[in-house]
Design a protein around this ligand. Structure first.
Ligand SMILES: Cc1cc2nc3c(=O)[nH]c(=O)nc-3n(C[C@H](O)[C@H](O)[C@H](O)COP(=O)(O)OP(=O)(O)OC[C@H]3O[C@@H](n4cnc5c(N)ncnc54)[C@H](O)[C@@H]3O)c2cc1C
Length: 423
């Protein structure tokens, strides 16, 4: 049997957003053969999305491994604060604020961080040849993939990570549509910092991403040491931009924020690529899937996508490659759809607002989840896994030791959210 890594002499990562930067650093760090060739390709005229400031605890040891730097140094380099979970305001039927904390509570934390700075840090630790060029196509060829460029000759690679961000359009043959998530647009504003950087060392204060229900959607508040990021997430087909901007102004006024810098209005699709991995091309980050930012799933998902592909490719015998492909792909698709069902479920009992948005979310969008996630439509059993969680949630005798089971969102997450939402 041949080792899988012997077939990976030349690897490309296309895109230098968060996902591409993580992938390039991971290939450079974990490839068993120091003589491998790594090309990091991006078009510097196409900006990265630059948002993505909330992360999960799993990112921290990964960043330490990739950069060879201690946690404290990394936190300071990315203007980071320690995120212990999410603080929900006004969601559900109880009209009470609640926390969805990382488990173990008050111990486990991720970062709120500046995505651009994290990208820079990762790129410094990846030994790659940088190619600034526009990619036209990435196509599977015998035993690998070919990348075609504008103004450069095509190149063949053994494996390509496609991290080019959101697809331009969705196609039902290639993408699973996620209509049960009711949002599709974000307005981003940058406001003054509320957490001050410490003089010597990282900020130790416990912080939470605030997720505030608003009449037209919800707002995220993410505290970094240099600024506080505010995002208002809504549905442009339900509410006009001007109405949302006006409510955004009211929120900032209530929070006592006197000034802000408008940053962007971002339209996003909620979708999952049906072929995240085809054996030669692995889509990662926003090119693989997107499920609105409520539970900050994208960076964690990119980490899983990269980790899973590299692990199977480096450690499994080459002869198993073809047989592994559908299994790995189905696992990655299922994982994303399971995240999507958890996120959509947050809306299932509405919020303190009886508005057009919340009626749309609760009565129109969420009821579509069973059809949209039906196994015959999506070729995986994510819906069954979600149903099992909801079934367990309704049992009276759940052992505390069972709370942390499942990948991604554990039963403990479902219990916290269900108690908080009141249904
Ligand atoms: C409002 C909002 C809030 C979010 N909040 C979070 C959060 O808190 N946590 C989280 O984990 N995620 C969050 N996300 C998701 C976030 O977008 C991703 O985590 C992150 O930005 C990953 O982006 P990416 O690297 O996949 O793509 P991008 O940042 O879009 O990067 C794409 C890269 O591909 C290159 N490129 C594109 N086309 C070509 C081409 N043809 N040729 C060559 N190069 C090309 C570009 O130059 C760029 O380098 C949020 C998203 C939105 C919309």
């Amino acid at each position: 049997m041949h080792s899988g890594s012997s077939l990976l002499k030349k690897i490309a990562v296309v895109g230098r957003g968060t996902a591409g930067s993580l992938a390039a650093a991971a290939v450079a760090r974990f490839h068993p053969d120091p003589d491998h060739e790594l090309h990091h390709i991006y078009d510097s005229r196409i900006p990265t999305l630059g948002v993505g400031e909330g992360t999960w605890p799993s990112l921290l040891p990964y960043l330490e491994q990739l950069t060879n730097l201690p946690d404290e140094t990394i936190q300071q380099s990315v203007n980071g604060t320690r995120k212990y979970g999410l603080a929900f305001e006004g969601w559900g039927v109880r009209n009470q604020d609640f926390i969805h904390s990382f488990i173990p509570e008050n111990v486990s934390y991720g970062y709120h961080l500046c995505a651009d700075l994290m990208g820079e840090l990762l790129r410094k630790s990846a030994n790659a040849r940088h190619i600034d060029a526009k990619v036209l196509n990435i196509t599977r060829v015998d035993g690998g993939a070919q990348v075609e460029f504008v103004d450069l000759a095509p190149e063949r690679y053994d494996l390509v990570f496609d991290a080019r961000g959101f697809p331009r359009e969705l196609h039902p043959d290639r993408h699973i549509n996620v209509p049960f998530i009711p949002t599709n647009t974000a307005i981003i504003r940058r406001c003054p910092a509320t957490v001050k950087a410490a003089r010597n060392g990282p900020v130790l204060e416990h912080t939470y991403t605030r997720s505030i229900a608003r009449p037209h959607g919800w707002a995220a508040v993410i505290p970094l040491t240099t600024h506080t990021a505010y995002g208002y997430i809504f549905n442009r087909d339900v509410t006009a931009l001007a109405e949302v901007e006006a409510d955004f102004d009211r929120l900032l006024e209530t929070d006592g924020v006197a000034e802000f810098e408008p940053r962007a209005v971002i339209r996003f699709p909620n979708f999952i690529h049906r072929r995240i991995y085809d054996g030669a091309v692995c889509r990662i980050g926003n090119a693989a899937a997107f499920l609105e930012p409520l539970q900050a799933t994208t960076i964690a998902a990119a980490q899983l996508q990269i980790g899973m592909i590299l692990h199977t490719r480096f450690n499994r015998p080459a002869e198993r490659l073809e047989r592994d492909v559908p299994t790995v792909n189905r696992f990655l698709v299922k994982n994303m759809l399971y995240y999507g069902l958890f996120v959509g479920w947050h809306y299932h009992c509405g919020s303190k607002f009886d508005s057009a948005f919340w009626r749309h979310a609760r009565d129109h969008a969420w009821p579509q989840h069973r059809d949209a996630a039906a196994p015959e439509v999506v070729d995986c059993d994510a819906l069954q896994m979600f149903d099992e969680m909801v079934y367990l949630l309704n049992q009276s005798d759940i052992e505390k030791s069972d709370h942390n089971q499942a990948y991604g969102f554990s039963l403990g997450s479902y219990i916290q959210m269900s108690k908080g939402l009141g249904c």
